[in-house]
Write a protein that binds this ligand. Structure first.
Ligand SMILES: [Zn+2]
Length: 390
């Protein structure tokens, strides 16, 4: 028998919906909230009072009247909490911080070679401390730090189970948490980047597959599943639902085989997408400088144009496979995704030719958030968790 939603749950849900609505507007009024969410005026009044008492909503003057009594203008207190995201790569540390408005308030990228030694973690703590100080982020208002890592993260056990790029296995959250004086959480880097795209750019009615084309190829599937309670009330979450799999290994699109008996992948299998579409394949031609590859190709390097066309052909196979599995938009991100815009029409032509259901390749697009997407997503994850508790 399905359990009905009790009145306390409805109350909590409504309070959260009201806050999310207020947070989504620059300013609003109680009559507006009531009309937009279908919650009675007296209930909205009670909820707004609770939110004001909690310090997350405030009065900010009066709204312009269209006749009759002027309504009090209310707005979210967006600087009540901050969150920081850190993206760990083999050679860099990316940092972003945000508040309840969810804009990236500052991003930074520092050269730092990863090692699993205590020294590294201490220095990482120092980098974070400097970032907090330089940006004058009030320490008592830091909700937490999200740490994006290039590997499989078991979020239940809080452990990085394996990372080919960092060359480590089974490293627990404590290693990071011991060096960072705020609550920490580990996330997979492609999942974190997908959170950014999800929260900032996905249309609520559309599902999305995010394909990250960085030094390894990974991704995430985000469902637009309508999140309605048993009472039919829409939860109004700002993000969709990410499919994580039974072992936290979903979205490992890099190890889909696109050419049986093809090139050997670092995982040991033959013909994986990663062996063909990792950013390293292109960057390696220019001593690790991906930009130089694209610059040279643009200025007429024939061999690079041929390599790039082959890259797009291989990518199109993978994108078509994803479309067949998920039937939704495919968003290209990661290092190569950042350079994809000028070549998108060519890629769309290639994928359209493969689609057995017909239609154009319009379902493929390039990610919209390109600066430190993984660090940003890791920060957004912490902010979303805070908002979910309001
Ligand atoms: Zn593989």
């Amino acid at each position: 028998m399905r359990r009905g939603t009790n009145s306390l749950e409805v109350k909590i849900l409504n309070r959260n919906r009201v806050f999310r609505y207020v947070n989504g507007q620059s300013e609003t009024s109680m009559p507006d909230i009531s009309a937009a969410l279908g919650i009675s005026g007296p209930t909205v009044l009670t909820i707004v009072k609770e939110l004001k008492d909690a310090g997350v909503v405030e009065e900010v003057g009066e709204l312009k009247s269209t006749g009759g009594r002027k309504a009090k203008a209310i707005a979210a207190v967006r600087d009540v909490r901050y969150a920081i995201g850190i993206d760990i790569t083999a050679n860099h540390v990316g940092l972003v911080y945000t508040d309840l408005a969810k804009k990236a308030l500052k991003h930074d990228r520092i050269r730092k070679t990863f090692s699993c030694e205590d020294n590294y973690f201490r220095e990482l703590g120092g980098i974070l401390g400097t970032f907090v100080k330089d940006n004058r982020i009030p320490e008592d208002r830091i909700e937490g730090v999200g740490i994006a890592l290039p590997g499989i993260v078991d979020r239940q056990k809080n452990i990085l189970t394996q990372s080919h790029i960092l060359k480590i296995e089974n490293v627990s959250l404590e290693r990071w948490a011991n060096a960072i004086p705020y609550p920490c959480e580990l996330l997979n880097d492609a999942n974190a980047a997908a959170i950014t795209e999800d929260v900032c750019c996905r249309k609520p009615e559309n599902s999305m597959v995010y394909l990250s084309l960085s030094n390894s190829v990974g991704g995430a599937a985000v469902s637009a599943a309508e999140m309605k309670g048993n009472d039919g009330i829409k939860n109004n979450f700002d993000g969709g639902e990410m499919y994580m799999g039974d072992n936290w290994r979903s979205g490992e699109f890099g190890h889909m085989v696109i050419h049986p008996e093809g090139k050997t992948c670092y995982c040991g299998k033959k013909g994986c997408l990663d062996a063909y579409c990792s950013a390293l394949n292109l960057a390696a031609l220019e001593e690790g400088n991906l930009k130089a590859f694209f610059d040279k190709m643009e200025s007429g390097h024939g061999e690079y144009s041929r390599i790039w066309e082959e890259y797009l052909q291989n990518l199109a196979i993978a994108i078509d496979n994803l479309r067949m599995c998920f039937d939704c938009e495919v968003v290209l991100g990661g290092y190569v995704g950042n350079y994809m815009e000028p070549y998108l029409e060519r890629l769309r032509t290639l994928v359209a030719a493969k689609n057995i259901f017909g239609g154009s390749g319009e379902y493929v697009r390039v990610c919209r958030c390109r600066e430190e997407a993984s660090a940003y997503g890791a920060a957004l994850y912490q902010i979303e968790r805070y908002i979910a508790k309001i």
